[in-house]
Ligand binder design. Sequence first.
Ligand SMILES: Nc1ncnc2c1ncn2[C@@H]1O[C@H](COP(=O)(O)OP(=O)(O)O)[C@@H](O)[C@H]1O
Ligand SMILES: [Mg+2]
Length: 467
Amino acid sequence: MRLTIRSRLTLWYTSAFFIVLILLLAVLLWELQHQLGNEARKVLQIEENWLSTFIDSEFLPLRTLAGEKYLNLAANLREELDERYGLKQQFVVLLIANHGANGKFSGGLKGADKFLASDFFLRRAGSYNVMIAERRYRVRLFRREWGTAAVGVENETLWRVAEETGEILIWLVPLSALFAIAGGWLMAKLALRPVVSAAQAAEAISMENLKERLPAYADNDEFGALVATLNRMVERLAEGVTRLQRFTQDAAHELRTPLTILRGDLELAYQDEKTPEETRVWVQKNLDRVITLGQIVDNLLLLARSDAGSYPINKTLFRFEVILREIFEDLQILAEERAVAVHLENGEPLEFYGDKLLIRRLLLNLCDNALKYTSQGHIALSLRQVGDVIEFIISDTGIGIPASDLPHIFDRFYRVDKSRASATGGSGLGLAICKWIVDAHNGTIAVTSEEMKGTTVRVTLPLSHPF
Ligand SMILES: Nc1ncnc2c1ncn2[C@@H]1O[C@H](COP(=O)(O)OP(=O)(O)O)[C@@H](O)[C@H]1O
Ligand SMILES: [Mg+2]
């Protein structure tokens, strides 16, 4: 069975509390026991010593005397014993051998000798607990050459203290156990409250409701950090979802306009009578449109796959300048149609390790832009190696980009002037794709531009050889 964290915390807390409590009680009881024993032992030791010297010094004749003299000395001893023990919670019983018989002398507690079992004096010397008149006595039995002696000291009060302490403790243990369980349960509840409320709040967060956040938990503790981390995660997810939604909308919008135009044209063509020549031109025009649509779909697919991280980047070693030269030649042909000159500087041989198709696409997109947005002047391409990076620069003398638009030109679907862009047949995805390709090769891309003067794009790509 899986216990909840709350039950587990309570269990741990209570067990720990219990172990400490029991240990504490054990030490306490042991110490008490020890002290009680010590107290009685000290008193009895003193009495043993006193009795020994007392009898040795004055009453040894009791063993040998007889008749009147014996009785006198015995009476004397009884008197002395009563004097010493009468007022104390103590007693003494002496067995003194005289001519083969034992004379019994006692002092203190009345009739103490009768309370001692008849065979008590036959036991081994030592200390015993004895009950007399419902009171507890500690009795020490010892032997000297004159006979056997038993000294007792009342132990009752000390035992009471011990017993009562024990009784209190017996109540204390279950009581404190109850407190510990209740306290632990409550503490765990308080400690876990933010988790419960965070879980409830998390329930409300969904794709449709990404504005929702976990309740900010002010305390600067582990839960506070967790909630803050989770909120940042939701923030990132929300941004991602918003971006995705915008991308989908933009993509749909981007496809819709050319499709609408195409449809209108097709409907018209259905009604119109056309000469074969007109039909040829018409078909060519719409074929171009379909090709453009295909390119947009290609670009969208590429970006979608790059987002998902599923675009297979296929790096090989190839000659960078060869690809650039091919594109340059196409560019020259296209530029000839306008009054634009194209130069290539420094086309020196350069080995590069990367995805050949993507690099071609990068160069194509940049050249396409330069050509599209330049109606006169020239376009200059330059390629060189600086340290261990390739530097590719393309600059044009075109219409340029306003400074306020510069920070956005790498955004998807971003175009400086929508009307101008539709005339030039762009979709605003070219630079976004360039940025992704450069990132995939750990490079950099930067654009500087001046309106009506021209634009310069600088790309650097590190030469990362696979060996
Ligand atoms: N060489 C350039 N000269 C002027 N403007 C440019 C140039 N390159 C890019 N731009 C601007 O940046 C925008 C984004 O470029 P891009 O992502 O390639 O989209 P597009 O499909 O419009 O070419 C373009 O619409 C254009 O306004
Ligand atoms: Mg472009």
